[in-house]
Structures are given as structure tokens and as C-alpha cells.
Design a protein around this ligand. Structure first.
Ligand SMILES: NC(=O)CCCC[C@@H]1SC[C@@H]2NC(=O)N[C@@H]21
Length: 449
């Protein structure tokens, strides 16, 4: 009954999307079974989801693999509206005591993304690999699955929420399997200045050169808002709303093969910064934290200038010009080159220009949402030792800046002339050095019921 209430909401969106001509719809993580569930309490919400190779249309043969009311309903929704439906649900897989990892209740529980094609056939099943904290109700699969499917509208890959911060399966889907579009159910809590949903997801699409369909839950009390339809060169449409509890259906048209579009060029992220003759770091620096990481910062003292800050082999370089140096706002250039260890371990290389929460420099890196300073121009680059760099630009009021910046093939993130009418909050090159990640993420495996 509870899951049907949630599916009723999703169904309205599916019907509207289909009526408006959409070919595929993505719905959010946790959108059907909900929240605050432990291993024992989630069990009744799980279904056995078969390997899609069985060629099954649950809508027409609902009992073939036992009771499967969620799969039956999703399949019928896809079939009757003639649209691909992507949803998140729970899978259960029986195991036995010969398997030392088999949980006490003899079932593995998986956080799972399913796709039904427009005939209602189950065509993919993906088990989330990188579980976030608070997901003790689920098990991590033994290996990351690279789940893809072909359709008349391009080649798709799928992963879920926290997966986006890691190499497998997210990066491998693009670099090894060349997918055009990522399907991304998520339940994303926003963290400024670098991990707000619309900011980071659009940057990942740009850095990886793919279309990205991000469907987030909308729950402002949990800082969850921010869905988007992103192309590599710009966000096509997005929704961010911390003022009301209203969700929104986003519908857009995308290039089926974004990397074939003339605007797409491969980027050498190190080239420009490495070529600057005088990249001697600014001497007047200070240390402060952003989301538990210790950054080295230098202040933008004048209305225009050039600054460099370094941590080990990562040097970040900024040239900028402000319309006016406001006395009531402070901006800094920051660098972080190290292992992030809170809520998961991942190695970051970050260059960032950001507005401090107040003119007190101890506030730099603390979340802040608004600014008044206008830049005529900026150019940010870094000596990255990774090719995985995600370019973020966030404007005052948590808005994206689709037409106001570009990334040059030598790795510079530069403003376009239109930036001089907007107030900038953060400009960031968010790099991930996957090869420096610890092999084991030391995640607890929850075995108790
Ligand atoms: N549902 C998930 O898999 C987790 C959401 C990811 C949240 C991102 S990752 C690190 C940051 N911490 C947060 O609270 N939000 C950000």
C-alpha cells in the first residue's frame, strides 16, 4: 500500500512525460520503498528481480517469478504509456550458509535500478555498488556491474547516486563502453560549495562528455533538491527549489550522440597551467577547511590580478577582473590535493575560486548561497595529474551558468562576456585522482537483522 502511494506519484509523471513525447523517464532513488528502513523492516518491500536475459514482461506474465507487484506495476506503466521507465527498487537474492558473506536472514539485499522498455519488458537491472552511509539495509555486490543497453535513441549506462564519486562503474561506463547518456536515480543531500546536486552532476556530464539524466528526490528538510537534464556542453534544464515542497517533471530533447556534436572537444587539463612561466605560489596564504578537507587559500585582494596556490604537485592559477572590489564580500582562490576521508574515502585534486560566507576569512569554505560581486572575467586552471576534472560554475542563488563559461582544450575554465551581468558564487575544477583511492573503502558490512 505504501509503495503504491509512491508509485501513484511517479505514474502521474510517467503519463505526462509520455503525453509530451518523451521516450524515457528516470525516477529518483528511494522513490518507491522510502526511507529510514533497517535490514529487517525493508525486507517486505524487496522483490526478486530476475536477470533481464529471461526476457520478461511482468505486465503480461506477473507470476512467472513469484510475487512481483512493483515490477508488474512499473512494467504496465511503461507498456501502456509506450515509454522507457527507469526506477529504483529493492532486490533480494537468496544465499546459503556455504557462502561466508551470506547475511543472517539468508538474503542479499540490493539497492537496484531497473529499466522497462516501451513494451514493458525488463531490460536492465543494476545493483548499486558504492553504498552511502545510512544504507545498512543493503549489501554491496561482490563486483561493480557495468550495465548498459542500446535503444533507438542511443546507448545508455546506469548507476545510482554515491556511485558518481568513484571510478567503477561510473567512469568505466563512459571510458570503456562509450555510452551516450547516463541514467542517474539519486537521493542527493546538497553540500556547498562543491557538492550541490545541480552543480556537481552537470559538471560530471561536462567532464565526461555525456548526457546525464539526474532524477533527485525533493525533500528540503534533508537538503534534497536538484534534478537536471545535462548535455556535455550545457545544462538543458534543471530544477532547484529550497522554498517549497513541490517536485517538478523536467522534459527536454537531447543529442542522441553528444560526443559527435561539433561543440565537443577533448581537453588536456594540465596544459595551460603547466605552461605558465611564472607560476610561483602567492606567499600570503592561509589554511582552512571545506567539507573536512584542509585547503590552502589566497585572498583576492584587488579588483583584478593573477594568483597561484599550490599543494604538493597541484598548483592552481587564477586571473580575474571584477567590476568592482566590494568591501562587504571576500573571495579566495583555494587548492586541495589529498584524500577526502569523511562519508567515504576518495582522492581529490581541486582548484576553486569561491566567495567566503563573510569578510571574516575563517568563514571561507563554509556554505553560502548568495553574492553580489560581479566578475568581468576569470580564468582558472591547474596542474592536474588526472584527466578526470569536472568544471563547476555556480551563480548566486544556486543557479547554473549554462552560457556564461567555457572550457578550453588547454584546460582553462574561462568566463564568457555574459558573466559580467551575474554574481558568481564558486568556480571550481573538481578533479578526481581515482588511482590514489584506497583499494578498500573500509565500509562496514551489516549482517544483522
Ligand atoms: N544516496 C546516496 O548515495 C548519497 C548521496 C550523496 C551525497 C553527496 S556525496 C558527499 C556529500 N555528502 C552529503 O551529505 N551529500 C553529498
Amino acid at each position: 500500500m505504501q509503495m503504491n502511494k509512491n508509485i501513484d506519484i511517479l505514474e502521474k509523471a510517467v503519463v505526462e512525460a509520455a503525453q509530451k513525447g518523451a521516450h524515457i523517464i528516470v525516477t529518483p532513488e528511494d522513490g518507491i520503498y522510502g526511507w529510514n528502513l533497517k535490514r529487517e523492516s525493508i525486507f517486505p518491500y524487496l522483490e526478486d528481480i530476475p536477470d533481464p536475459q529471461v526476457n520478461w514482461i511482468p505486465c503480461t506474465d506477473p507470476q512467472r517469478f513469484g510475487r512481483a507487484p512493483v515490477q508488474e506495476r512499473l512494467s504496465c506503466m511503461a507498456k501502456s504509456n509506450h515509454i522507457y521507465v527507469v526506477a529504483n527498487m529493492g532486490d533480494k537474492k537468496k544465499c546459503n550458509t556455504n557462502d561466508p558473506s551470506c547475511p543472517n536472514n539468508r538474503y542479499y539485499h540490493y539497492n537496484t535500478a531497473v529499466v522497462f522498455d516501451s513494451d514493458g519488458k525488463l531490460i536492465t537491472r543494476y545493483h548499486k555498488y558504492n553504498l552511502f552511509m545510512f544504507e545498512e539495509q543493503f549489501n554491496q555486490p561482490a563486483e561493480p556491474d557495468l550495465v548498459i543497453f542500446d535503444s533507438p535513441f542511443g546507448k545508455f549506462g546506469i548507476f545510482i547516486c554515491f556511485d558518481i564519486l568513484f571510478h567503477d562503474p561510473a567512469v568505466a561506463l563512459v571510458s570503456k563502453l562509450n555510452v551516450d547518456t547516463i541514467l542517474f536515480p539519486t537521493a542527493w543531500m546538497n553540500v556547498l560549495p562543491h557538492l550541490s546536486a545541480i552543480e556537481f552532476h552537470s559538471a560530471w556530464a561536462a567532464g565526461m562528455g555525456v548526457n546525464f539524466l539526474a532524477s533527485n528526490l525533493h525533500n528540503t528538510s534533508m537538503r534534497m533538491t536538484g534534478s537536471g537534464i545535462y548535455a556535455p556542453d550545457k545544462p538543458i534544464d534543471y530544477y532547484y527549489n529550497m522554498d517549497t515542497e513541490d517536485g517538478k517533471l523536467l522534459i527536454s530533447e537531447l543529442n542522441v550522440h553528444p560526443r559527435l556534436s561539433p561543440s565537443y572537444t577533448a581537453i588536456n587539463w594540465t596544459s595551460y597551467a603547466s605552461s605558465i612561466a611564472d607560476l610561483s605560489p602567492t606567499t600570503d596564504v592561509f589554511i582552512d577547511t571545506i567539507f573536512y578537507d584542509e585547503y590552502t587559500f589566497a585572498t583576492l585582494v584587488d579588483a583584478k590580478g593573477s594568483l597561484s596556490v599550490c599543494q604538493q604537485d597541484l598548483c592552481c592559477h587564477l586571473s580575474y577582473r571584477m567590476v568592482e572590489k566590494r568591501q562587504d564580500e571576500a573571495y579566495v582562490l583555494g587548492v586541495f590535493n589529498g584524500l577526502h576521508v569523511v562519508e567515504g574515502k576518495y582522492y581529490l585534486q581541486i582548484c576553486t575560486l569561491l566567495k567566503c560566507r563573510s569578510t571574516n576569512l575563517t568563514s571561507c569554505g563554509e556554505p553560502t548561497e548568495n553574492s553580489l560581486t560581479i566578475f568581468d572575467e576569470f580564468s582558472l586552471s591547474g596542474t592536474f595529474s588526472t584527466s578526470y576534472v569536472f568544471p563547476e560554475v555556480l551563480l548566486s542563488g544556486i543557479r547554473l551558468a549554462p552560457a556564461d563559461f567555457q572550457v578550453l582544450s588547454d584546460g582553462r575554465l574561462i568566463s564568457k562576456s555574459s558573466i559580467s551581468t551575474k554574481s558568481v558564487l564558486t568556480v571550481t575544477l573538481f578533479g578526481r585522482l581515482y588511482e590514489n583511492d584506497p583499494k578498500e573503502q573500509s565500509k562496514p558490512q551489516y549482517n544483522d537483522e
